[in-house]
Write a new protein. Sequence first.
Length: 148
Amino acid sequence: MTATMTEIESLSLKINQEIRVRASLETTFAALLEELGPGSELPDGKPMKMILEAWPGGRWYRDLGEDNGHCWGTVQAIKRPTLLEMSGPLFMSYPVANNLQYRLSQDGDETVIKFCHAGFGLISEDHRKGVTTGWNSIHERVRKRAEE
């Protein structure tokens, strides 16, 4: 049996975003690591305790305390201050594989973040609908943090 393109597309998720930040590469990269790690917040502004071990093979997880939590991913590649790539289930607790890429470059006095989230698996409709809003919220906080 051969899968059709429609069947494959129904299992796929791809989000590309470009975020422009009025800050240096180094400042923007530090803001990204802070926002994905200890400075992470839920969209309503409440803290969400995330741990990001910013080295190859480092874990990215939500710490609920007392050895409880959720593994979101693993750092695949990091090249400070221009690349952060991670893979894992993210916030999805079902059969799925995700890859996140943050590529940063300088454009005049701005840093350009090119973000790509590619996922494949049994992605729920709620996650498919809400994921762009979630990334937008995170990326806006990265921009604000870097520009402060």
